[in-house]
Design a protein around this ligand. Sequence first.
Ligand code: ZN
Ligand code: ZN
Length: 248
Amino acid sequence: MGILIIFLSHWFISLFFQTFFLHRYCSHRMFKMTPFWEKTFYMLTYVSQGSSFLNPRAYAIMHRMHHAFSDTERDPHSPHFFKSVFGLMWKTKDIYLDLINNKIKPGEKFQKNVPQWEKFDKFADKWHSRIIWGAIYTALYAIFATSWWMFLLLPIHFLMGPIHGAIVNWAGHKYGYVNFRDTRDNSKNTLFFDFLTLGELFQNNHHKHPSKVNFAIRKFEIDPAYPIILFLNWIGVIQMPNKIKTIQ
Ligand SMILES: [Zn+2]
Ligand SMILES: [Zn+2]
């Protein structure tokens, strides 16, 4: 029971910060927040992703490239150019590292308004930070695991961020139904109720309306992150004006 709680908490909390902060805020600027809250969510994203923290700048640039070149050869992670999800993950990792190491010079539109906190990124990207998080996960398993096979779940904790990305990038452009046929890509809505990735698997809806905060569009679709974002707006942590200029 303890391990189940640890696993599900890590899965959904890190997923929330990925979709809320890295995707909807850093990449698309769907809502506004003050510098104080931006730094707070930056740190919370680090804490929740831990050993697999994804640099917000690199994430946002890569994601904007994904929208601009979706399912073409210039897309950083289209599943249609790989035999397996591992090939896709490897290529995504290469492009991500090239962005971190400034080996790719993205155009202005890809890096405009991307939050950057260089000092923090340097610390978060260090191996000792990643290893300490890995040790924390391992220690929690050592305390709470009641059977040896539970330790097989540990690699998922180590790579939580990239695993979420791989599920969305692979399944979301390969499996499911389509609401909009004019998106010029292979984006799909994989689930009606996206309990697995908190709304990220409504790729077809999202590619059609990249600035819409709610990824669910039809009556039977549920984006579980949306009510939380509405709540953050209601209590004044973020501002969701209707006409913020968002980046596609
Ligand atoms: Zn997509
Ligand atoms: Zn997007």
